[in-house]
Design a protein. Sequence first.
Length: 532
Amino acid sequence: MSEIIDIFKKSLSQNIVQKNWFESHLSLVGDIHNHCNISYGHGDLKDAIFFANQQLDFFSVTGHFAWPDMNDNMEKLSIPEDVIEYHNMGFALLLKNWGNYINQLQKINEKELIAFPSYEFHSFNNGDYTVVAKKINEQLPKNNNLFDNRLNDIIEGTFDKSNILAFPHHIGYKCGYRGINWETYNEKNTPLVEIISMHGSSESEDSNIKYLHTMGPLNGKNTMLEGFKGNHRFGIIGNTDHHNASPGSYPHGRTIVWAKEKNRDCIFDSLKNRITAAVSGDPIKAMMFVDNYVIGQEIPEFTEKRNLDIYIIACDTIDKAQIIQSGKIIKTITTDDNNFLKQIGRFAVNFGWGEKNKICNWTVNISIDKGTISNITPRFKGEDIVDPLDDANNSNKIIPNYNKIDSKKISLNFSTEGNINSTTNSTQGISLEYNYFEDSTIKIEIEALYNGKVINKEYLYPIRDLKYTKSEYIDGFVSPAIEIKKFINLNEYALEYHSEIKCKKNDWYYLRIFEKNGDVMYLSPIWEKPIY
């Protein structure tokens, strides 16, 4: 993807502090909370690692570890026996698999992908928490007490937290039903909160990604916005919480960090320092400065006016970006006034559809005759498993992957099935950024195995003709199909904004960004120094 420092060169040349900051930081994408069959879940760890390596810079596959207060609430909350059974089996399975889990993580090439070990606590009282370890050889904590207080120890800080990072997730459920408990939440020891996953978005009760999991609806008091209004100060992240060996499965939640280097120490430090954002899917590059302070920071001295600077490079057409000041939208910005002259643009294609329960295996080549590919943004999905007791159909399917042949061509391999209903998107997709010419042509070559036969197709699309989204069917009516999205110019997916804002004591500021494809990004806030 185009770099902020290149696209906004003119503005940054006038602010050396911000220019230097971008020169010394990378925008990295990860998923540090998802599951496979190392505890309860589906899919092998090796498949999860392969999947993560296609579209993430860092990741963790999480094991279900313990539920300290499950037995105390069995009768009170009428927990179904099968739920109790599969949780206990999952906890025992993680203990058995932990050694092999660590061994497999240690074999990953860290120049390509950074892996962090992690495990998860369930809790009615505190809400559920994920614990991510910095060191690759992390061991599970032992319970030497009659009562299991390990989660409480982490929250309260009596557990050594120098090499671990704990954060609550799916916070939007009702308190007492595994949603966050703001009374026990401790930002000093748990500086991040996960607000997007397969469970939904808990940014606010008006979020456009709804809570539809078997665990229940969103409770308005248990949202990110209510946490900030209650004077809690935390960074925000997104992760998939996927249960089928698919870290980063699009578009169920990912974490963006700005780190000095792509290595274990720098990523972990940026997470702890809250230089983070939550995205539903696309790895949008964005930063907001308030008087040159970046997201996650507190401004040490108060003043009534501050300079605000925003830089955004999205992966799809930007619908709008909203600046939030202490819970209120103070400005909505759009791309209407953009005037970038560079010939940089994006093209996206999605594959799938066809009849339900029929698998299509695809081999696809995408190339451009004039121009070069400057960025590849996969939108790969794993088979969605919402309830861990659901069956997964992983056999005979290709784990989505791509290979960049050269600066003009990529190849893709993946499987699709017809969507299970008219509101569930089971397609596979990719977005490509090009340095293009007006007479450039994009070629899509397809070899598909469907209904027992091999289908070969070739499509040519001059960029000047891609003013509208097009569709093609590979074998007639209700056969698998492709969706060729209209070509968009940099003016439609890049945005900057500079302004002066009036401030009050104890204010906090954050940015949310909406793409027209439905993806969303929330940046961690910047806070005035607390004065109570």
